[in-house]
Design a protein around this ligand. Structure first.
Ligand code: ATP
Ligand code: PAF
Ligand code: BAL
Length: 296
């Protein structure tokens, strides 16, 4: 197993990245960055493995970003498992782990100047978690700056498709603000029962976990209809979820994969191009999100 180097300040991180990039002896080596909030699972391992396969040097960050939490209870109980996280990242072949303290990322408290996620950031997750995406984009901008190679190198960043709206917004930030990095989305990793892996799954009791499966089941139903060229009938998929006691639906929509604009998905609407189904629901006090690509 690899023992990743631990950096806790931007200066330590930059020094470690330069040393490892130079040690490759290549004119233009490649650096991959995997941002996380820790409490790592197989979804994060897939991100680290994708970065390992594509790059000479791999950095993972672990930082529970207070700026993206609108609910103080959600922040306080967010799982923190640093020792196990370091072991998982070592297993995946990560070279450097950047795990800064809150005071290091936000000296003097919350930043005055932030990245605005615009209209796209106010919909879906943003409508239920006000300010969430401004907080995500601000910390992702900071992390991308902290890990920016100081010597000539390819620069790539990896994000999970489980957070589809987050990927869409990060792509827009990188394009709109000319960040010199390429964004790579990584497919959703699911448990055997179909539930999308998530750090918050540890809070689900056995019955709640069974209830939560209705989300992936409803998504798979849409995927099957799309693949067979049948009408999507989103209302029937919504009904599958709302009829399940213990699950409160927040939203369920079929959208354009890039703009996240709503697409028609009624009982007589068939797909005319690629689409994405986005769902979010609460199981008890645990909020879960999931999504699936639909294609005819
Ligand atoms: N099941 C998964 N498959 C693929 N990528 C994932 C999965 N779960 C998380 N990721 C990705 O890992 C990165 C870090 O996510 P994060 O640390 O917030 O974990 P998380 O499991 O999404 O946590 P939570 O769902 O509780 O917010 C993000 O890019 C996220 O999209
Ligand atoms: C991208 C991220 C690490 C920023 O805090 C977070 O939103 C996440 O884990 O998805
Ligand atoms: N994966 C998204 C991080 C969050 O829920 O805040």
């Amino acid at each position: 197993m690899n023992h990743p180097r631990l950096a806790t300040t931007p200066a330590e991180l930059s020094k470690a990245i330069t040393e490892l990039l130079e040690a490759t002896g290549k004119d233009r080596p490649a650096l991959g960055l995997v941002p996380t909030m820790g409490a790592l699972h197989q979804g994060h391992a897939a991100l680290a493995q994708a970065a390992r396969a594509d790059n000479d040097v791999v950095v993972a960050s672990i930082f529970v970003n207070p700026l993206q939490f609108d609910d103080p209870d959600d922040l306080a109980r967010y799982p923190r498992t640093l020792e196990a996280d370091l072991a998982l990242l070592g297993e995946a072949g990560v070279d450097i782990v950047f795990a800064p303290a809150e005071e290091t990322m936000y000296p003097g408290g919350a930043p005055l100047v932030r990245v605005s996620s615009g209209d796209l950031g106010n919909r879906f997750e943003g409508a239920f978690r006000p300010g969430h995406f401004d907080g995500v984009l601000t910390v992702v901008a900071k992390l991308l700056h902290c890990a920016q190679p100081a010597v000539p190198a390819e620069y790539r960043a990896y994000f999970g498709q489980k957070d589809a709206q987050q990927v869409a917004l990060i792509r827009r930030m990188v394009a709109d603000l000319n960040f010199p990095v390429q964004v790579f989305p990584v497919p959703i990793v699911r448990a055997e029962d179909g539930l999308a892996e998530s750090s918050r799954n540890v809070f689900l009791g056995p019955e709640q976990r069974k209830d939560a499966l209705v989300l992936s089941q409803a998504l798979f139903q849409l995927q099957e209809r799309a693949a067979a060229g049948r009408p999507l009938d989103l209302p029937a998929a919504v009904e599958l979820i709302t009829s399940r006691g213990g699950v409160e639906l927040d939203y369920f929509e079929v959208v354009d994969p890039l703009t996240l604009a709503a697409l028609p998905a009624g009982p007589s609407d068939t797909l005319s191009g690629p689409a994405l189904a986005l769902v979010a629901a609460r199981v008890g006090s645990i909020r879960l999100i999931d999504n699936a690509e639909l294609s005819g």
